[in-house]
Design a binder for this molecule. Structure first.
Ligand SMILES: [Zn+2]
Length: 592
C-alpha cells in the first residue's frame, strides 16, 4: 500500500472469501475429518506411548484447532464489521455451536494428559520443545479436574446456565437507551455515546451524563444484582466445592499462571498508593476551579483543546514513533496496513470501540478501530497496533504457545501508546494541548490501575458476602464503602454511584479479570522507566519479553528480564513513575 493511508474497511480474504463459499464448506468438512482422525487416537493413549506418537497427536490437535480458529475468527470478525447483518449473526451462532461440539470431542486428550502420572508426563514434556509450557500449564489444573462425564456435563449445563446468564446480562444492558438533552433537544443515546459527555468541559453536562447512566442501571439494580449473586454462587459451587480451589480468586490466578501471593502483593501495594491519585484529584480540582472535584469530574479535561488529527497524519505519527523505537517494530505494524487487515472508518452497525484479533499465529492479526480524529483515537491506534506487534513477534511459537497470558497481554499495547505520547509531546508546541496530553495520561493510568484494583478488591469482598447471604442493597453499600476508601476526602461522591458495580460487564463475565489491567499497566510503567534510563541497552530485553509470547510462565519470562514480581518494591516502582509525573504537573502554575 502506498501513502497516504486512508480510512477503510478491512479484508478477511486471507481467511475465507465468504460464509457461503466452497472454501468455507470444505473447511468444515476438513475440520470434521481431522477431529475424527484425532478421536481415533484414543486407544493409543497410555503411559507407555512413545514421544513420536504423542507429538504426532499434538500436531493433529494443533492442525484441527488452527482450522477451527480460522472459521471462528472469520465468523467473529464478519459480525464485528457489521453487527446488524443477519447472515453474519446467524453464521456466528452456527459456528459457536460447532465450536462447543469440537471442544467436547477433543476433551478426552487434555483429561488423559492431566491424569497421567508425573514420570511419564516428564518424559513426554522433555522432548516436547515449544509445546512444553502449554503441556505443563495444563497439568497445573490436575488437582482441580473432574472426570470426563462430569466435565462434559458442566460444559453442557453451562450453555444454559452461566453462559445463558451472561447473554441475558448482555441483552438487557445493551438495550438500554439513555435520554440526554444535547443543545436543547432530548436524544436517545447508547452508553458509548452517553459517556463521551463524561469528558465534556461543562461540569453540568458531565453530572447529567452520569446521573442518567445510573438512573437507568439503578432501575434494574435489584435484578442485575440478583444475576450477579447467582453467578458468584455458581463460581463458588464449581471452583471451590467441586474443583477445590483455595479461594474464588485462586481459580483465576491459576489460569493466569500468577501465584496467589503475587496478586495479594499487587493489590496491597495499590491500596497503599490510593493517596497518590487522591493528590492528583486535588490538583485537578485546582485546575477546574473547584474546592473539591465530584466523581462526575474525574475525567474532565483541564484544557479546552479541540485538536483533531487527520487519519493519514495519525498513521504517520504512530508508525514514526514505532520507527524511532525500533525499525523492526514499525515494519511489523506496517504489515497490518499492507495486508489490509485494519478496519478504521466509522460505519453504522460496526462494533464500537477497538480491538486487535490474532486468529492464528501464521496470519497477520486484524485490528478494528473507529477513527474520529481525537487525540484518544490516535492513542488507540498505537495501542491496538501494539497488540498486533506483540503477536507477530511471537508468531514463531506454536498455536498453543504464541499468545501471551493475560497479565502480559497489555505490555506492547501500553508501551506503544507511551512512545506515541512522548513523540506528540516532543513535537507539540501548544501548551494547552501538551497539558491535556499529560493529564490524560494520568487519567488513563487511574482508570487502568487504581479503578481496576478496587474492582478486584470489591469482587473479593462480594464473593465472601454473597456466601454469607448478603442482599443486593448490602452489596451496593459495600461498593460505596469501597469507593470511599479509594477516594478518601478528595472526591465528592453522589449516592447513585452505589450502582456502578452492576454496570461493569467484566465482573459478570470473567470474575477477577480486572486485576490483569492493573498488573499490565504497572509493569509497563516500570519497563518504560528502564527504557528511559538505559536507552538502547533496554531494547533487546524488551523484545525478548514480547517474543516469548505464551511459551513460558509469566514469572519466568519476567525474571529473565530482571523483574521480580514477588517484590513490593517492583510494584511500588510503577507508582513512583506516576508520582514523578504528578510532581511535574503540580509544578505548572494553574492558569486563571
Ligand atoms: Zn489492550
Amino acid at each position: 500500500m502506498t501513502l497516504p493511508y486512508t480510512l477503510s474497511r478491512w479484508s478477511l480474504a486471507d481467511l475465507f472469501p465468504s460464509t457461503d463459499s466452497a472454501e468455507m464448506q470444505s473447511a468444515f468438512d476438513d475440520m470434521d475429518s481431522l477431529v475424527s482422525a484425532f478421536e481415533a487416537n484414543r486407544p493409543r493413549l497410555s503411559s507407555e506411548i512413545s514421544t513420536a506418537e504423542f507429538l504426532e497427536m499434538v500436531h493433529q490437535l494443533e492442525a484441527s484447532s488452527s482450522l477451527a480458529y480460522k472459521i471462528y475468527g472469520f465468523a467473529q470478525l464478519s459480525f464485528a464489521a457489521d453487527t446488524q447483518d443477519q447472515a453474519a449473526q446467524a453464521f456466528l451462532g452456527r459456528v459457536e455451536q460447532a465450536m462447543a461440539s469440537f471442544q467436547n470431542r477433543v476433551l478426552f486428550f487434555s483429561l488423559w494428559w492431566k491424569d497421567l502420572d508425573d514420570s511419564p508426563a516428564a518424559r513426554l514434556m522433555a522432548d516436547a520443545g515449544d509445546y512444553r509450557y502449554w503441556l505443563e500449564e495444563m497439568r497445573h489444573f490436575k488437582p482441580h479436574t473432574l472426570s470426563e462425564p462430569e466435565e462434559k456435563i458442566i460444559n453442557i449445563k453451562d450453555v444454559t446456565g452461566v453462559s445463558a446468564l451472561h447473554n441475558l446480562y448482555d441483552s438487557i444492558t445493551n438495550r438500554y437507551l439513555f435520554k440526554f438533552e444535547v443543545e436543547g433537544k432530548v436524544q436517545e443515546l447508547t452508553r458509548g455515546e452517553l459517556m463521551v459527555y463524561a469528558r465534556h468541559h461543562d461540569p453540568d453536562v458531565r453530572a447529567r451524563a452520569y446521573q442518567e447512566l445510573y438512573r437507568v442501571y439503578a432501575n434494574d439494580g435489584p435484578i442485575l444484582g440478583q444475576m450477579y449473586q447467582t453467578l458468584v454462587r455458581d463460581w463458588r459451587n464449581e471452583q471451590i466445592d467441586l474443583r477445590h480451589f483455595s479461594s474464588p480468586i485462586a481459580a483465576r490466578n491459576l489460569a493466569n499462571d500468577i501465584p496467589n501471593e503475587v496478586v495479594d502483593t499487587l493489590l496491597d501495594v495499590c491500596q497503599r498508593n490510593a493517596t497518590l491519585f487522591q493528590r492528583y484529584f486535588q490538583l485537578k480540582a485546582r485546575w477546574l476551579g473547584m474546592d473539591r472535584i465530584r466523581r462526575y469530574d474525574l475525567y474532565a479535561p483541564v484544557a479546552k483543546s479541540e485538536k483533531r488529527y487527520d487519519y493519514a497524519d495519525a498513521v504517520d505519527m504512530v508508525l514514526g514513533s514505532f520507527n524511532e523505537f525500533d525499525g523492526r517494530i514499525a515494519n511489523l505494524a506496517r504489515r497490518v496496513f499492507d495486508d489490509n487487515h485494519l478496519d478504521s472508518d466509522v460505519r453504522k452497525g460496526k462494533r464500537d470501540g477497538a480491538f486487535c484479533s490474532t486468529v492464528v499465529n501464521d496470519l497477520t492479526p486484524w485490528v478494528l478501530v473507529n477513527y474520529q480524529g481525537r487525540p484518544d483515537d490516535v492513542a488507540t491506534l498505537a495501542h491496538e497496533l501494539g497488540h498486533a506487534i506483540h503477536s507477530m513477534l511471537a508468531a514463531h511459537h506454536s498455536l498453543f504457545t504464541f499468545h501471551s497470558s493475560l497479565p502480559l497481554a497489555e505490555t506492547a499495547s501500553t508501551f506503544g501508546e507511551m512512545t506515541l505520547i512522548d513523540k506528540l509531546l516532543a513535537e507539540e508546541s501548544d501548551e494547552d494541548v501538551r497539558r491535556d496530553l499529560l493529564f490524560r495520561q494520568v487519567d488513563d493510568s487511574y482508570a487502568t490501575i487504581m479503578r481496576q484494583a478496587f474492582f478486584a478488591l470489591f469482587e473479593r469482598q462480594a464473593h465472601e458476602m454473597i456466601q454469607q447471604g448478603a442482599t443486593v442493597d448490602e452489596l451496593a453499600e459495600a461498593y460505596m464503602e469501597n469507593l470511599r476508601n479509594q477516594f478518601g476526602e478528595s472526591v465528592e461522591l453522589a449516592d447513585e454511584f452505589r450502582w456502578e458495580w452492576v454496570s461493569i460487564p467484566h465482573i459478570y463475565q470473567v470474575p477477577f479479570y480486572v486485576y490483569a489491567y492493573t498488573f499490565g499497566q504497572l509493569l509497563v510503567l516500570s519497563l518504560y522507566q528502564q527504557f528511559k534510563s538505559e536507552g538502547e541497552a533496554f531494547k533487546p530485553r524488551y523484545i525478548k519479553i514480547l517474543s516469548a509470547g505464551g511459551s513460558e510462565a509469566p514469572v519466568r519470562i519476567l525474571s529473565e528480564a530482571g523483574i521480580d514480581i514477588y517484590s513490593k518494591e517492583f510494584w511500588q516502582g510503577g507508582f513512583d513513575v506516576l508520582a514523578d509525573l504528578l510532581d511535574r504537573l503540580e509544578a505548572i502554575p494553574v492558569a486563571a
